[in-house]
Design a protein around this ligand. Structure first.
Ligand code: NAP
Length: 479
């Protein structure tokens, strides 16, 4: 069970119950048992949170960038000091192995450190108009009140990746975390308050009626920005709603990452990269390798080696020492993975390891490698979000690129080859916002993270991540 943890809404710097008095349960995915009950924010609470954010807006925007940066840096320090405690909380409510949860805390905290450093890079530009008649002065101003909506798969990092740049830019926020994992978001609120974030600058609103609550906020004219991370399906709904008030949007949506291995690849490196790209977070990552395309001449060797590495992984409760793969987050997720694998096997695929959901409590699915996957299998089109690696063979560079691009998604791709010219050529030809070239991990707070096609709009992290929370103001000047 958890120790002391905040379970009320965080609005205007105070812990408050939902105005309805309603609460909802948070489950341990390893057992399906209740670990906490959290205040269930409704529409009037959402408006109270927007009130608080709007009221705090001018003061925070006027705070010196250096001071905003120092507050964020303090939040990084506090997260780092409490890394073990936070990792345990993430593992308990999300199910991921403690080792993954610790990795997430470090990654999440780094967004605060990175944007602490970015807060003071408030550059603008000054140019002479082509006519010579005047100067073009461009300055940057905070967008204003932001609604941040995050998923359950990285409950800390998806929150800090938005809060960090928003606060650095001088914006105030209402964070609506996923209802499977609200505890980590509430812990973030407590840390930010302790770090010196003034009341109302960050508000956190867990809710079981996410649709109504977010829609209510997007239709409040004080809200000027939506930053959403989640499924493409929900992203489409929110883009339509944001259109009503022409709200600025940043959308980090679903992925369907291809992992392409050419015959000239360093096979040891490709297997290591595959294990990271597939199994980080138990496969529950938008960046997870979803489709493996391996050149025919090395496919048998690659499949066998990957299957033996996957079979050796230790599956168990996320919080247990030595666990490498925890349970999936909930029944729907494990049910979907099971269905996709069954469908692929019925269509002729072979499970080299795994492939069957175990009996018993908890939302477990074993690490699985599938070969002989039919090209039209749903498992190659849909986001698996679990520890399953379907392998398909190819015989030319052109075919590999065509297969990789045969999806409406375009978040990330992985390419393994020792031919640098080919690696760069294929990286350019693949339609994705990010490419891991001989590398199974791309996420880095200092780099622009995001997708093309239906994987999203905008970037998080890097300098681009800060610009998402700033408006350019052009002043035509004569002097
Ligand atoms: P989801 O179902 O789309 O939910 C994401 C968030 O939206 C949650 O807070 C959810 O609240 C809320 N939500 C659900 N329906 C809503 C509605 N009608 N209106 C407003 N908000 C709504 O996604 P998920 O299952 O939590 O996360 C997995 C997805 O996130 C995957 O597709 C993954 O690829 C994507 N993801 C993308 C990135 C990226 O950077 N591109 C990173 C991580 C994850 P409730 O929890 O209350 O439903």
């Amino acid at each position: 069970m958890l120790g002391v943890v905040e379970t009320e809404l965080f609005i205007g710097g105070k812990w408050v119950p939902a105005s309805s008095g309603n609460r909802f349960d948070v489950l341990d995915p390893a057992t399906g048992e209740v670990i906490a009950s959290v205040a269930d924010g409704g529409e009037s609470d959402a408006i109270a949170a927007v009130d608080a954010a709007a009221e705090a807006g001018a003061g925070w925007a006027a705070t010196a960038p250096r001071v905003r940066g120092e507050v964020l840096r303090r939040a990084w320090e506090l997260m780092t000091e409490r890394a073990d405690e936070l990792a345990k909380m993430i593992s308990l409510e999300n199910g991921k192995a403690l080792v993954d949860a610790k990795g997430e805390v470090t990654y999440a905290a780094e967004f605060f450190r990175w944007f602490a450093e970015e807060a003071v890079r408030g550059e603008g530009t000054l140019a002479t108009a082509p006519s010579g008649a005047n100067r073009i002065l461009v300055t940057r101003q905070p967008v204003g009140v932001c609604v941040l909506v995050t998923p359950w798969n990285f409950p800390a990092a998806m929150a800090t990746r938005k809060i960090g740049p928003a606060l650095a830019a001088g914006c105030t926020v209402v964070l609506k975390p996923a209802s499977d994992t609200p505890l980590t978001a509430l812990a973030m609120a407590a840390i930010l308050a302790e770090a010196g974030v003034p009341s109302g600058v960050v508000n956190v609103l867990p809710s079981r009626s996410s649709g109504k609550v977010v829609s209510r906020m997007l239709h409040d004219s004080r809200v000027r920005k939506l930053s959403f991370t989640g499924s493409t399906e929900v992203g489409r709904i929110l883009l339509a709603q944001a259109a009503d008030n022409v709200v600025n949007t940043s959308m980090e949506l679903g992925g369907n990452a291809p992992f392409v291995v050419f015959a000239d690849a360093d096979l040891d490196a490709a297997i290591e990269g595959a294990m990271i790209a597939k199994m980080r977070n138990g496969g529950e990552a938008c960046t997870a390798a979803n489709r493996f395309y391996v050149e025919s001449s090395i496919a048998a060797d690659f499949s066998q080696r990957l299957a033996s590495r996957m079979a050796a992984l230790k599956v168990g409760p996320g919080t247990a020492e030595g666990t490498q793969v925890g349970p999936l987050v909930n029944e729907d997720t494990v049910g979907k993975v099971d269905e996709l694998v069954k469908g692929a096997i019925e269509a002729g695929a072979k499970a080299e390891t795994g492939g069957r959901r175990p009996e018993g409590p908890g939302f477990y699915y074993p690490p699985t490698v599938l070969t002989g996957v039919a090209p039209d299998s749903p498992i190659l089109r849909e986001e698996i979000f679990g520890p399953v690696a379907p392998i398909v063979t190819f015989s030319s560079e052109e075919e590999a690129v065509r297969l990789a691009n045969d999806t409406e998604f375009g978040l990330v791709a992985y390419v393994y080859t020792t031919d640098l010219a080919r690696g760069l050529r294929v990286s350019e030809a693949i339609e994705a916002g990010m490419v891991g070239l001989n590398r199974g991990l791309v996420s880095d707070p200092a780099a622009p993270f995001g997708g093309v096609k239906q994987s999203g709009i905008g970037r998080e992290g890097g300098h681009e991540g800060l610009l998402e929370y700033l408006e350019s103001k052009y002043i035509a000047v004569n002097w």
